[in-house]
Design a protein around this ligand. Sequence first.
Ligand code: UDP
Ligand code: MN
Length: 489
Amino acid sequence: QHWGPHEKYGYNSYLSEKISLDRSIPDYRPTKCKELKYSKDLPQISIIFIFVNEALSVILRSVHSAVNHTPAHLLKEIILVDDNSDEEELKAPLEEYVNKRYPGLVKVVRNQKREGLIRARIEGWKAATGQITGFFDAHVEFTAGWAEPVLSRIQENRRRVILPSIDNIKQDNFEVQRYENSAHGYSWELWCMYISPPKDWWDAGDPSLPIRTPAMIGCSFVVHRKFFGEIGLLDPGMDVYGGENIELGIKVWLCGGSMEVLPCSRVAHIERKKKPYNNNIGFYTKRNALRVAEVWMDDYKWHVYIAWNLPLENPGIDIGDVSERKALRKSLKCKNFQWYLDHVYPEMRRYNNTVAYGELRNNKAKDVCLDQGPQENHTAILYPCHGWGPQLARYTKEGFLHLGALGTTTLLPDTRCLVDNVKSRFPQLLDCEKVKSSLHKRWNFIQNGAILNKGTGRCLEVENRGMAGIDLILRSCTGQRWTIKNFIK
Ligand code: UDP
Ligand code: MN
């Protein structure tokens, strides 16, 4: 892939230099928000920006925007945490600029080594003195009135973690795109995603109301400073990127707090097209996700292992020491994960019926695995093994054989399952719930044995046609054997 010199940060920094640091972005709040009144006597906020190798103009626009759109008497200070950037312009030039432009208002914290975004935020928290702390990526812009509703909700109840609604600053032209009112959910890999607000929010019919959310995207959140300390901040054992946003959501809900998105408070964030610091954030997200699973998820932790296609025993990833986080959970007397799923994230799909999972290989075909193939074809195929989502097979107690990345919420389609429809010699991939005939979606399978359809008695086999390739077919059993990578217990 080729990136222009002005795109090394994942956005158009050349264009950024031409846009005013004091520009105002469109006000996308629901109309009613503009009529709401707030107490004059709100707590002060310390705004913390973290960055590593970011365009100077983009950081400065974040700072200008914070100052311009936060009432001065509510802004205690701005803290810039430099997570050991390499860029020279982010050293003296940055510091000289902010000291001159905003004397006494801005503190700069420099990490002596790269700590990753989780510990960078913790360093910012340590330097903060305001009653409230707000954490933001250093490529955001605020809108008028963003702070008052947030501070007011925390003043009412210090155990609320508040997320301004996120809009998108397009990385190529810096236009701001309004995003729908959403809660923040996640998949079982613990990748975050926007989800529809809960039903009671829609039923209330008032778009200015707070939206209950199971977790957060993470680029923008506000929390009472001392309360954040009491619940153990973010997990300092996490490296680089990912997982901390889910951990905080689970933790506050289980340990006596709550998390909500405020449609009346809006912050726009540049969704970059690449990360300037690490090209393997998948690895770190995976590792951090396993820490979340081990500390918080009780009997559901297998879901995270299944989603990443890792064996439950010896997954081969050093997640570090989680004993302190487990002790924290105990000392805070937190509820269990089942409660959280039932009450806070009920739309999340559960996969407790799993017996075995991972790539499925046939003894007659080397190096190829069962694969979901092109989405639109609705037929399973064979494809060189890589073990990612499209090859994640899942055999259930009911005898279903699902294929594809684990599903997320019930509003989105579930992973499809293998069906013998009698007519075709190719195995179909269909929505299991819509298949009427119960037997044609059930398979007999034990490790290193045949995969045999209970309805037709046909076996799932490979047919090697030499130069013409290799097919996955259904036919009378010839004794081919299949092995699946991982087992539950
Ligand atoms: N970040 C950091 N140290 C790291 C990686 C990221 O301080 O090792 C900062 C980064 O500069 C940004 C924030 O963490 O302000 C979130 O990262 P990014 O914006 O790349 O994530 P995204 O918002 O795209 O998910
Ligand atoms: Mn970001």
